[in-house]
Design a protein around this ligand. Structure first.
Ligand SMILES: Nc1ncnc2c1ncn2[C@@H]1O[C@H](COP(=O)(O)OP(=O)(O)OP(=O)(O)O)[C@@H](O)[C@H]1O
Length: 427
């Protein structure tokens, strides 16, 4: 599949009036769904249990065959293509990684490259590269078995495996459903970091609306039969829910959810005095006082924060040592302001230390910054503009009405099934 731009390696996906009718079921699990998924974007599927999210996802790589309709990837109709060939071009991640327990981490990651006939050296190099990408040290993890990994580590290996043959599309079915909330937050941040490097097209099913808001460029809210209720940016779904169904789905605290829309790297961080182990504490203290700061952040040789020292602590110390403070509140710069606030609350601290690539120190974020960002985010959401991709269900609606709706929307509309009802039954 060809690249859309230099940066984006992902492919566009079009579900064209796709229907899935399971044998013996009275109603289709997916009814006439047309959905445009732009190349290089992350699209999140949300909706109540049994509404057809997984069925829709699995029709993209044809683990489930559509009863009718077309799947088009980068302009190519793949509906009739050999399923195995198709699936080698599409990474697939499921809950808990779905790793083969009797295979090492390296062997798990190497499955698709092996099937594609890559030579051993190329596979070994790719395995190590991917383990680095998902923040697992290859020398420690490549020969381990899945049971020797934590849930979060298994999930990372699952992502590495899906990316092995550099597919343009990644399908993820509740990938972070089985891990604890803190690990989940880290994995989400990591996925965003990885995505900023690889720019794949990612389609993810989730039960967690906050996750959809955090990760999604676009959110598709489905009701039963994969009826698309709203397909739009997280900002606009939060600010203008299409109807009561979406409102209920968002749940309470939509205002606070705006916090999930802003990442730490989007707000101005506070500078902080930094210190290195081995420095005279009195020197550091005078820098802290000179800068009018309450504390200094101690960094290791790779500029990773290890602890914080208040003025009082500094006045009692002779030499700054490299003791690590495990309880120091630290957030990555891809974390949301919601995550940052959580981290501060857990640590009972009004500030958190912010790190970037390879955990290097970037600055400090405080509660005040977050409060200001809530107001700014709410104001911005109300004004957010721009075109949403096409999304609609044909279902029982006459083709002519769909064409009309497409034309009316210029193929760009913030489309909802309500829009179509407007077309079908003018009020
Ligand atoms: N193999 C199957 N045979 C018959 N019906 C099925 C089959 N798989 C799914 N269904 C039905 O199709 C509908 C959609 O299921 P699907 O798994 O796609 O929903 P979902 O939105 O992913 O649900 P959940 O959030 O609970 O995972 C459900 O009513 C389900 O019972």
């Amino acid at each position: 599949m060809s690249e859309t731009t230099d940066a984006i390696t992902g492919a566009s996906i079009l579900l064209d009036e796709v229907t899935k009718q399971y044998p013996g079921q009275t109603r289709p699990a997916v009814g006439g769904l047309t959905l445009e998924i732009p190349a290089g974007s992350i699209v999140m599927f949300v909706g109540p249990s049994g509404c057809g999210k997984t069925t829709t996802l699995k029709m993209i790589n044809r683990l489930i065959e559509p009863s009718s309709g077309k799947i088009v990837i980068n302009g190519e109709d793949v509906t009739k293509m050999d399923g195995d060939t198709l699936r080698r071009r599409i990474g697939y991640v499921i809950q808990a990684g779905g790793l083969f327990p009797h295979m090492t981490v390296a062997a798990n990651i190497a499955i698709v490259p092996k099937m594609l006939g890559w030579d051993k050296a190329k596979i070994a190099a790719r395995v190590d590269e991917l383990l680095e990408l998902v923040s697992l040290d290859p020398s420690i993890y490549r020969d381990r078995y899945p049971k020797e990994l934590s849930g979060g580590q298994q999930q990372r290996v699952g992502v590495a495996r899906a990316l092995a043959a550099d597919p343009p599309v990644l399908l993820m079915d509740e990938p972070f459903g089985a891990v604890d909330p803190i690990t989940r937050q880290r994995l989400q941040d990591e996925l965003l970091n990885i995505q900023s490097e690889v720019q794949k097209t990612i389609v993810m099913v989730t039960h967690d609306f906050d996750e959809a808001v955090k990760l999604g460029d676009w959110i598709a809210v489905f009701d039963e039969g994969a009826q698309l209720v709203q397909y739009d940016s997280p900002e606009r779904v939060l600010a203008n829910p299409a109807n009561e169904f979406v409102e209920n789905f968002i749940g309470s605290g939509a205002g606070l959810k705006q916090l999930t829309l802003t990442r730490v790297n989007q707000v101005k961080l506070n500078e902080a005095v930094t210190a290195l182990p081995g420095e005279l504490a009195s020197d550091v203290l005078s820098r802290v006082q000179g800068a009018g700061q309450p504390l200094a952040v101690v960094l290791d040789k790779r500029r990773r924060p290890v602890r914080r020292l208040t003025r009082r602590q500094l006045s009692r110390l002779q030499i700054v040592d490299d003791t690590i403070d495990e309880s120091m509140p630290v957030v990555g710069d891809q974390a949301t302001l919601n995550d940052a606030l959580d981290t501060m609350l857990v640590a009972s601290s009004e500030t958190a230390v912010v790190t970037g690539r390879r955990d290097a120190f970037l600055g400090v974020i405080n509660v005040q910054t977050i409060m200001e960002a809530i107001s700014a985010a709410n104001a911005a959401a109300a004004e957010a503009e721009g075109d949403a991709p096409v999304g609609l269900n044909s279902g029982a609606i006459p083709a002519i009405a769909i064409e009309g709706a497409l034309a009316a929307n210029g193929h760009d509309g913030g489309n909802t099934s309500e829009d179509l009802q407007d077309v079908e039954e003018p009020r």
